[in-house]
Design a protein around this ligand. Structure first.
Ligand SMILES: Nc1nc2c(ncn2[C@@H]2O[C@H](COP(=O)(O)OP(=O)(O)OP(=O)(O)O)[C@@H](O)[C@H]2O)c(=O)[nH]1
Ligand SMILES: [Mg+2]
Length: 219
């Protein structure tokens, strides 16, 4: 009887937990985003917005009400990107943070003849290559992808629609294996917190929607 009551209680009180992997180039704003998410879902948490480059990982579990999200913020420096694949097989969603102030005008131009002018593309090409390599890894097949156009508070940043059309769509066109996945591009200012709630809400709905492919853990 005790065991029956206990298992009913555990079933009634347990919730699904999904793992979310936050990726992007160094300086994109991943750790700032994690701090804002923590303070949004845990009012006792004071967001530490003066970050230092992440060497290794930060991890936090938030209670969204309907489920838990275990959020992995990993270092984006080039020397650390080789570690990302260790997280691929167990993640339920990937967030790719883009620094909208450091990608030129946000449009990838394949095979365009040079006109002699050197265009300042910032880290656009690096960003495209890195996102492509994440999506081309078989272990990320079908995993929902949320691209966040961060630093939208900066006056001359690239708008989200440009990042969607000029960068993300290009990457999807080149995606090998034709893997089908949920994806979305949303604007964000991790510094001010604008867009953080919408980002988390998308993750909550898409991880649950895709749970047959990657079942959650119960806690
Ligand atoms: N203006 C502005 N600055 C931001 C925003 N988000 C992050 N930053 C700044 O960008 C810098 C890098 O932010 P981090 O969150 O440490 O970047 P990261 O992606 O974690 O970098 P790594 O740990 O090296 O991979 C910091 O100076 C942040 O204050 C934003 O939305 N707007
Ligand atoms: Mg960081």
């Amino acid at each position: 009887m005790y065991h029956l009551v206990k298992s009913i209680y555990l079933h009634a009180t347990s919730k699904e937990e999904y793992s979310v992997l936050v990726l992007g180039l160094d300086n994109a704003g991943k750790t700032t985003l994690l701090e804002q998410i923590k303070s949004l879902y845990d009012p006792s948490h004071n967001a530490r917005l003066s970050t230092v480059p992440t060497v290794g990982q930060n991890v936090s579990v938030i209670d969204t009400g309907s489920c838990y999200l275990r959020i992995w913020d990993v270092g984006g420096q080039q020397s650390l990107r080789g570690l990302w694949k260790n997280y691929y097989s167990s993640c339920h969603a990937i967030v790719f943070v883009v620094d909208s102030t450091d990608i030129g005008d946000g449009t990838v131009r394949d095979g365009e003849a040079g006109n002699g002018k050197v265009r300042d593309e910032g880290r656009l090409e690096e960003c495209r290559e890195v996102l492509e390599s994440v999506l081309q890894d078989q272990q990320t097949d079908g995993v929902p992808l949320l691209v966040l156009a961060n630093k939208q508070d900066v006056e001359d940043c690239v708008e989200v629609v440009r990042i969607k059309e000029g960068l993300v769509r290009k990457v999807f066109e080149g995606e090998k294996g034709g893997s089908v996945r949920d994806s979305r591009v949303l604007p964000l200012s991790a510094l001010t917190g604008t867009g953080v709630k919408e980002a988390v809400e998308w993750l909550v709905s898409r991880t649950a929607w895709n749970k047959e492919g990657r079942p959650p853990v119960m806690r």
